[in-house]
Design a protein around this ligand. Structure first.
Ligand code: THU
Length: 131
């Protein structure tokens, strides 16, 4: 699965966004360690605060299907302008994949970031709870 293919999957997922309020459709495609692709789109609600970002939809779908190890995630917004994951999504990704690569499209360019670069000092309890 190349980065370009993962971007294409995110772009296809974006078509299923439910974004009648913000009118901003976002698609995400998550590649698991097993080579599986799990996609998500943002799903908004008339009670605005209940809306969920594309990245979290993809991650929660994957985890609820037993996939917990991830390699990379591609995010696509309108007109191929760069769309970075929000702070909440960075933290949720950090829980499962602190070393995941985040692929952001910027017109024709593919930019890659490590999640640790986007979320330095992410919050984690897992290792602390073993004490
Ligand atoms: N949104 C995402 O899906 N991902 C992000 O990383 C940022 C924002 C969605 C949430 C909401 O439905 C819309 O974009 C406007 O904020």
């Amino acid at each position: 699965m190349t980065d370009r293919e993962l971007i294409d999957r995110a772009r296809r997922a974006r078509k299923y966004a439910h974004a009648p309020y913000s009118k901003l459709s976002v698609g995400a495609a998550l590649l698991t360690k097993n080579g599986k692709v799990v996609t998500g789109s943002n799903v908004e609600n008339s009670s605005y605060g209940l809306s969920c970002c594309a990245e979290r939809v993809a991650l929660f779908k994957a985890v609820s299907e037993g996939e917990t190890e991830f390699v990379k995630i591609a995010i696509v917004g309108p007109d191929d302008i760069p769309f970075f994951p929000c702070g909440a999504c960075r933290q949720v990704l950090f829980e499962f994949a602190p070393d995941i690569t985040v692929i952001i499209l910027d017109k024709q360019d593919i930019n890659r970031y490590s999640l640790r670069e986007l979320l330095p000092h992410g919050f984690g309890l897992q290792e602390k709870r073993t004490k």
